[in-house]
Design a protein. Structure first.
Length: 223
């Protein structure tokens, strides 16, 4: 009489010597293979020492959980791809539009206006916008509204002598005086979106503008 060893049979099955699929892959245990393995265990168990039925129920429950997790993962991946595509479509709709986002530098044409804004704290007595050229030389300093909250400013593209500045890159600082103390505020600049880029790994969307790359999450206003 041949002695049956269910453990050895299962080991051989899982390692590909039995029940390998048509492609020869033995690295994954599919649903059909799992069921065949359980049937083999039931058929080959020692009749004098039958396997506890609860063990099979436990195996079934574990397999069901794994299968459910795989299905959930697949659904999440499908949803992520869909959201990524939607984000790209939403991003392309911004091309040609102006957005307000944090920036300290902007590249402009000769004499072009620059619009921006800053969050002004309560109690500010003065708020000044300081414009410098790419060499760091002072080009213009002018005042903007002192009310608390988001306040806007416009630079007319002229220097302190009223001359139109040449095309180039200009830096912006915003300094508020609160209770006699000078506080640097974070400037925001209105700029036009020329194109969009999406990170294939994270799915994050970036807007390409004259102020540089702007993450979509940093956009404060779309105009």
């Amino acid at each position: 009489m041949t002695t049956v060893n269910p453990a050895a049979d299962a080991y051989a099955f899982l390692n590909g010597s039995k029940g390998a699929d048509a492609t020869g892959s033995s690295q994954e245990l599919g649903q059909n293979e799992f069921l065949r393995l359980m049937i083999a265990q039931l058929r080959n168990q020692d009749p004098f020492k039958p396997t506890d039925p609860t063990q099979f129920l436990s195996q079934l429950a574990q397999f069901s959980q794994v299968t459910s997790m795989q299905n959930v993962q697949s659904s999440i991946e499908t949803l992520a791809d869909s959201l990524r595509s939607t984000q790209v479509l939403n991003g392309t709709s911004l091309v040609g539009h102006d957005v307000l986002a944090p920036a300290t530098r902007n590249t402009i044409e000769a004499g072009a206006q620059v619009k921006g804004a800053a969050e002004v704290p309560k109690g500010a007595s003065t708020v000044d916008v300081v414009v410098r050229d790419s060499a760091g030389a002072l080009v213009r300093r002018f005042s903007m509204p002192t009310g608390s909250g988001l306040q806007e400013f416009t630079w007319d593209g002229l220097d302190a002598q009223g001359n139109a500045v040449p095309a180039g890159t200009y830096d912006f600082e915003i300094i508020a005086n609160v209770g006699g103390e000078s506080i640097a505020l974070d400037p925001m600049i209105t700029t036009r979106v020329s194109s969009v880029t999406i990170d294939p790994s994270s799915g994050s969307l970036t807007l390409n503008t004259s102020t540089g790359a702007v993450p979509i999450t940093d956009v404060r206003r779309v105009l």
